[in-house]
Ligand binder design. Sequence first.
Ligand SMILES: [Zn+2]
Length: 358
Amino acid sequence: MNNNSSNSVSNPKANTDVTKVIANILGEDYQTYQINDTYLNAYNDKQSIIVSQKDGEVKTIQDLIDNDNQEKFKKILQSEVSRKYPKFIADVINKGEGQDKYTFNQDGILVEFLDYTITPAINESLSIILSCKNIQNLLDTNCQVTDKDDYNQPKLDANRPAIALTFDDGPNGNTKTVVQALLDNKAKATFFMLGQNMYSYRSTVKLVYDSGLEVGSHTYSHKYLTKITDEERKNEVENTNRIFNEITGDTIKLIRAPYGESTKDIRNAIGLPFIQWSVDTLDWQLRDAQKVADYVINNVQDGDIILLHDIHATSAEAVGIFLPELYAKGYQVTSVSELAKLKGIDLEKGNLYRTLKK
Ligand SMILES: [Zn+2]
């Protein structure tokens, strides 16, 4: 940064020229931000321009970045877009076929993505913030690195509708497809796994867990809890907990009874929150990705717990179809525990939960 002087700023003639240049483009109603000693950012609701205070020339953001740093800047922009938005949106923005509006401020650069056509259509304006931390080495700006919130990190919003996705009876070879679809769409879910399948698919259990997704117990071998002895029940639960702990080092916090069958006494004896569902997709019967997806899209409501089975390829495929549609409808898709937290519900041991509504 040139700290010697700001001659051009204090030069009345240059200043007048710059004011004229801006007014010609933006009209009389605009705001300004001093990017650095040379460049001024002038902007209104619709447009943002960069003007050199030395000669009144209008510049693009690329003019402010060294050739060496152009590619780096583009990569940071794209990776921040991908961090904030689901893939179906990020891919369109990162193709760059819309209009990008850059507005500088003391925190960095607000980048708004205008005139991009997203399918399915979404009802929100698209933008990210390139923080000073992101850009400080790439271009000369007066912005200050601060410890503010991480702007582009997706966060759940308690004022918007949200649902929990649950997948039963896995893991198996199809589980990875579900994990990828969830990651691509910035969504989460709870996998109610069978202990015997955890044993056969250890690396998948680890993948689910390391991807920030939730694992609950669906018992070891899917027996009716109401039709077995106390001793067998204890083994069904404890053997599942043990193998999960071996793989991840963590403990199981939720359980779903096989066939949804339990009694209050059984729930109390097992001592975990029992999670049922409010939307049964009957995906094991439908066995058709589009039909399963349509069922989810047409039947969700705020606070619902959706039942699916990741062991079916068609169900796994459906996830990649319905998640963009749910996003477009304004739904946040998360795990059981995160939905409960968002709704301010304490999941209590021995209780049965069918929905998680406020
Ligand atoms: Zn089951």
